[in-house]
Design a protein around this ligand. Structure first.
Ligand code: F6R
Length: 250
């Protein structure tokens, strides 16, 4: 596990953008699995800036979503599909024909999950996955619990996760769906390279448990310790409870 700590969240964003730029340079047709949420927004904005400057070409790459709210169609502003459209696909210059999305509005959600796993397999797996981390330790929407699920699956969202995701739903936690679709631990741990990004003091305790604690289904992110190419990007606040030599100042 490589852990890098940066002074500011802007420096975190630049380092994450560097890693994605390098993958696109070496593997133009790479398959990237990209998180939504607040944390990666600055990295996406930085990639978009590099694209506008002509430094970055994402047109051959494919992107795959990692989760979606159940019952929310792609056109809904609260959907992760809309987020990818707004912050990633257009601004960074991905080809809309090379985007794989979970359909939260599918009539049969289990069948949609099975279709998604087949689609990921048909794309030959994921080169790089960019993850955020929930305050409760979730990655994708693999929520903490008695067990974790390998395949793409339907998940009951925890109350804290719904609270944290209220803003695209007008700040109303009751408007946040109770269920979501998420890729499973197999797709995450099967990615060739995993980037995890966390900023802010409210992620510090979770980061400490995920990086230094035991492997436990109570902290899904702790399983990243088993991956052989995982790179953790933190600002000082998110890293404030870490100790040890693993931490290299950025
Ligand atoms: C979103 C996702 C989630 C978020 C996590 C952190 O696609 O998979 O795991 O990465 O909830 O969200 P933020 O970055 O908003 O704190």
């Amino acid at each position: 596990m490589q852990v890098q700590v940066f002074r500011t969240s802007d420096e975190v964003a630049a380092a994450v953008a560097d890693a994605i730029e390098q993958v696109l340079a070496s593997t133009p047709a790479a398959v990237l699995a990209l998180a939504t949420g607040r944390t990666p927004l600055a990295a996406y904005a930085e990639l978009a800036r590099r694209r506008r400057e002509g430094r970055l070409d994402a047109s051959q790459a494919a992107i795959v979503g990692i989760d979606e709210f159940a019952g929310v169609p792609a056109g809904d502003p609260g959907s992760f599909a809309a987020y990818l459209e707004q912050h990633v696909i257009g601004p960074i210059g991905f080809d809309p024909r090379r985007v794989e999305r979970l359909d939260g509005a599918a009539r049969n959600l289990d069948a949609e999950c099975a279709r998604y796993d087949r689609a990921l397999e048909a794309r030959g797996g994921v080169h790089l996955i960019l993850l955020g981390i929930g305050a409760n330790g979730h990655i994708g929407f693999n929520e903490p619990g008695e067990s974790l699920v390998a395949a793409t699956h339907v998940v009951e969202l925890h109350a804290s996760t719904r609270q944290d995701n209220a803003s695209p739903f007008g700040g109303d936690v009751n408007a946040v769906p109770t269920r979501a679709l998420s890729i499973g631990m197999q797709a995450i741990l099967g990615a060739r390279c995993v980037l995890l990004v966390a900023t802010g003091a409210d992620k510090a305790a979770t980061i400490e448990r995920a990086l230094n604690g035991p492997l436990t289904t109570r902290v899904p992110a702790s399983w990243l310790q088993t991956h052989r190419d995982v790179r953790i990007y933190l600002d000082r606040e998110a890293a404030s409870l870490l100790r040890g030599e693993a931490v290299r100042a950025g």
